[in-house]
Design a protein around this ligand. Structure first.
Ligand code: PRP
Ligand code: URA
Length: 209
């Protein structure tokens, strides 16, 4: 980890990202892979979850067991492609609440266009994890972070499967305080803002559009 950035370089993550990149990978497999990668990343991303004590009885003896503290985390999905990652995190944290943020990139300007926000009312007091498989210019992530911060969120981190160096630099300049976890960092952006070599459009590939 450097500069609040953690690259989760693990053979399983790398292998599954390679399968995602393959243009022959169909939507049903693409979504399953995104879900599996999100599960693997969650193991590392959530190391700072707060624990608490609970008195229980095993079949043998009473004990004080460690369990996740309340309230449960809020998983923040950036629509649309965030939803495939969301499913993987929910597999591991089924008690989490979900916030949805609707943001898409204007194809010409690459600026983030905000169209939807729906999250729990106590979001500001809770642990927040933003998920979006792609971090290209970072305009979408920066928009999501700023919308959360406007609502008072301070306990915040972001997980993306694939990032471009340009986006990581922009995010770092805008929000140096937000920990960022990625599965891989690619070479650069092309002149249309796509990650090279990347995997194409994550939303289109997830949902067959
Ligand atoms: C994709 C992706 C990210 C965004 C990343 O969404 O899911 O949200 O692009 O690019 P950025 O870092 O340059 O902002 P897209 O804009 O295609 O929205 P969609 O999935 O709803 O079509
Ligand atoms: N969004 C995507 O889905 N893919 C890219 O390469 C860049 C932004």
């Amino acid at each position: 980890m450097t500069d609040n950035l953690t690259v989760i370089d693990h053979p399983l993550v790398e292998h599954k990202i390679s399968l995602l990149r393959d243009r022959e990978t169909k939507s049903v497999v693409f979504r399953a892979l995104v879900r599996e990668i999100a599960q693997l990343m969650t193991y590392e991303v959530t190391r700072d979850l707060v624990m608490t004590d609970r008195n229980i009885e095993t079949p043998i003896a009473p004990m004080t067991a460690r369990v996740l503290a309340s309230p449960a985390p809020v998983l923040v999905s950036i629509l649309r492609a965030g939803n495939a990652m969301l499913d993987g995190v929910l597999d591991l944290i089924p008690t989490a609440s979900v916030a949805h943020i609707g943001v898409y990139r204007d194809h010409d300007t690459l600026e983030a266009v905000e169209y939807y926000f729906n999250g729990p009312p106590d979001i500001a007091e809770r642990y927040n994890l933003i998920v979006d498989p792609m971090l290209a210019t970072a305009n979408s992530s920066i928009s999501a972070i700023s919308q959360l911060k406007e609502r008072g969120v301070t306990n915040l981190r972001l997980a993306s499967i694939l990032a471009a160096p340009e986006g990581l630099a922009a995010l770092r300049a805008a929000y140096p305080d937000v920990p960022v976890f990625v599965g891989a960092v690619d070479e650069r952006l092309d002149d249309k803002g796509y990650i090279i070599p990347g995997l194409g459009d994550a939303g289109d590939r997830s949902f067959g559009t």
